[in-house]
Design a protein around this ligand. Structure first.
Ligand code: HEC
Length: 154
């Protein structure tokens, strides 16, 4: 009669199982590492560490994140005007205060822009002084600007 331990064939394979488990773990780790390597905030990210603009939001008077001129109440404008589209859309337009007011009204009536309340006047002031009609000449054209990639999600 053969009284062989029923677990014996399995225990013989045990080293193989362990090897398989280790390999799988390593492979899984490698996949995760490759997938997230380079993502902001991931471990030892050289791209972020070497970014010369780290912590520098404003370059040549332009807020890098929004593309808006960083002057006056631009933060108010950035907060209210860039959730739906890039600030570039704003920066490439020129209009008088009334022109800006009617664009804002249009967005409020058709695009779901909220009531700007007391901020509306400050926003209009900013828009007219930074992006007024060319002939108003409130500021000199910016020259020699290095443009940066804006976040397309804005
Ligand atoms: C609730 C969303 C929303 C907000 C917030 C918003 N807009 Fe818009 N805006 C739109 C949409 C949608 C368009 C049309 C985009 C297109 O045509 O691609 C638009 C278009 C524009 C345009 C282009 C108009 C044209 O004639 O080409 C300008 C300039 C503009 N917005 C300025 C502003 C300003 C200034 C603010 C802040 C007061 C603002 N937007 C806030 C939704 C918004």
């Amino acid at each position: 009669m053969n009284h062989q331990d029923p677990l014996k064939p399995i225990s013989k394979l045990m080293p193989l199982f362990i090897l398989l488990a280790i390999t799988t773990t390593l492979l899984f780790g490698l996949v995760i590492y490759t997938a997230f390597h380079g993502e902001p905030g991931f471990g030892n990210n050289k791209a972020i560490k070497n970014n010369p603009h780290k912590g520098l939001e404003i370059v040549d008077g332009v807020d890098l994140e929004s593309g808006l001129l960083a002057t006056g109440d631009y933060e108010l404008v950035k907060r209210n005007c860039t959730p739906c589209h890039s600030g570039k859309l704003i920066a490439q337009n020129r209009a008088s205060k009334e022109g800006w007011r009617s664009m804002i009204n249009w967005m409020q009536e058709t695009q779901g822009l909220w009531d700007l309340g007391q901020n509306e006047e400050a926003i209009l002031e900013y828009l007219e002084s930074c992006y007024g009609p060319e002939k108003m000449g409130r500021r000199k054209n910016l020259e020699n600007i290095d443009w940066y990639e804006l976040n397309p999600g804005n």
